[in-house]
Design a protein. Sequence first.
Length: 380
Amino acid sequence: MKDGVYYFSRRVPSDLRSHYATDRISFSLRTKSARDAEARGLAHAIKLDEFWFKLRMNGGQVPGHHRLLNEEERSRRPSPTMVEAKELYLRLKGVGRPKTFYMGAERAVEYLITASGNKALLAYTKSDATAFRDALYARKLGTSSVERVMTTIKAIVAFALSEEGITAPNPFVGVYLNRQERAEDRKPISLPDIRSVQAKCRELDDDVRWLVALISDTGMRLAEAAGLLVSDFSLDDPVPHVVVQPHPWRSLKTTASERCVPLVGEALWAASRIVKRSGPEFAFPRYNRADRTNANSASASLNKWLGKYVPAGCVVHSFRHSLRDRLRAVECPSDVVDQIGGWTTAGNGQGYGQGYPLSVKHRWMAAASEYISAEHGATK
């Protein structure tokens, strides 16, 4: 006891002295109550006895430690390769899953093979996992994207090892991710730049520019727009609109993404050009095959062209940010904005009913179009 405070004190057994820098363990029990000190001292004594028992067993190692495989032995032991693990994972876990599930797994494994090769699962080490993480960041992926890819790889490895009855550590578990690091925010495109791009679209007047113009005044996601059919456009309706719906070649991000978007301004011009063109079933044939919309190809080509006319940091997706700002500027209610853009609105009540009629959404879209024209001059 010191100054009325009780202390715990216990001599280290001689056979365990080599594990300690002192021959006695002593520390404050942080109480002046004899009753509390007795209870706390007993609890610490029990913990010490358990710990010392473990230290005495095989020099502190768990029983059977000598039978664990070392790294070299693990690399020689038969186990599926990463590609084989991915195929097993998709075959069993992919039943009934959307194409995005398959695409995510394929992309994650492709990234890993590029960084570390197609090894047997037991040959991957923690250094492979951390090098993989660094390679993902080197691709300029944001932390959320890196985390998504790492989670997919962890799931594939864990599932394959479990299915093969292999008990071994998963090296992709516990890899540190810097959650302070953020992907560069996508900037909205200013109104003057939107009008400049739209004018250039009219001047060039081809299918690539129709796609840009369509997105610029609807705020659709690039994949949504690129995967449209000509039949998705309804220009003879009292409210011209486009139906955004899932197709076998292109799914939608969320259930809220399925919607009808009124066509105004340059989007209506682009839609009329698409519908008048005879022949193809797809609105944008160059970015579609029977089984897949190549949104990555569309993104690369559109952003390369768009970069000549907008500030650094602005991409095709920036039109989506800009539309939301334009609708805010005309004081459009937020739940109407969500239904126009296919954003999910919080709250249980939002799931009731069929949502706003086209005429209401058209009124706000027209106001946003008039706003940009009034502020910066209409395209002739």
